[in-house]
Design a protein around this ligand. Sequence first.
Ligand SMILES: Nc1ncnc2c1ncn2[C@@H]1O[C@H](COP(=O)(O)OP(=O)(O)OP(=O)(O)O)[C@@H](O)[C@H]1O
Length: 257
Amino acid sequence: MSSPLIELRHITFEYPDRRVLNDLSLKLHAEDRVALIGPNGAGKTTLLQLIVGLKRPSSGQIRVFDAERRTERDFHPVRARVGLLFQDSDDQLFCPTVLEDVAFGPLNLGRSAAEARQDALDTLEQLGLSGFADRVTHRLSAGEKRMVALATVLAMHPAVLLLDEPTNGLDEATEQRLIDHLAALPQAMIMVSHDRRFLERLSTRALELTDGRLCEATLHRHGHSHYHTHVHLHAPGTPVDHAHTPSELPHGDHDLE
Ligand SMILES: Nc1ncnc2c1ncn2[C@@H]1O[C@H](COP(=O)(O)OP(=O)(O)OP(=O)(O)O)[C@@H](O)[C@H]1O
C-alpha cells in the first residue's frame, strides 16, 4: 500500500485547562474518505487544525506528504495542498466580494490574476454559484456563506480536504448538490459532521473520537432516519488504518443516538 498522505503518531494536545487529544494516532491514505464523529467538545475541530499547523501538539509527530511537520515553515506547503473548511464560515471569508474571496487562494498559490479569476469563476459554477461572483460576502445567508467558503477551499485544488461541519446551514436541495459534488471529487477527505445522511453517503470509513483517542466505527442506517454507530476499540496508541478494517464485534456496539 502507498504511504499515507497524513499520519499522526501518538499526538497529545492540551488547552490550558484540559487535555483534548491523548496519544492519538491516525493514518489517512489517498483513497480514504473518513467520517470523523464524536460528541461535542471531543476535539474533532482541534484535530483538523493540528493537521494544517494551526495548533501544535504538546507531544507526538505529524507527518504530511511523507515529511515530518513541526515548524510554521514546515506547514506552509501543507496549507497549500490540504484544504481546511473551517467550522465557522466567517473565519474563512474576509474579502468584500465572493469573487475576491474565492480567487484569494489561487492568487496566494502564485497564479496570475487572470488565472485566479478563472479558477474562482469555474469553481463557483461547479458548485451552482455562478451568479454569486459579485455578491457582497458579509451579506450572504449562512447557507450561501457555507457554499462560498467551500468554493474558497476547492478553488485551490487541494490534494486533501478537511471539512468541518460542511452541511451547517444548508437547505435540503443545496445539501444534495454538495453531496453530489463531493462524491465526484477524487480527493482524500476527513469529514467532521453530525449529519449522518451526509456521512453515510460519502464516507468510506468512520472513526470516533472519544476520550482523546480514535476508534474505528461503522455507520449503519436503520430505516430512513435512524443510524447506529458500531464502535471498535483499539489498544492505546495503535495507529488506526486499513489494517484495522472494522468487523462486527459482538460486544463493541454502542448506539450513539
Ligand atoms: N482556544 C481554546 N481554549 C480552550 N479550550 C478550547 C479552545 N478551543 C476549544 N477548546 C475546548 O476544547 C474541546 C475540544 O474542542 P473542539 O472544538 O476541538 O471539539 P469538537 O469535537 O470539534 O466539538 P463540536 O462537535 O462541538 O464542534 C472543547 O471542550 C472546547 O471547549
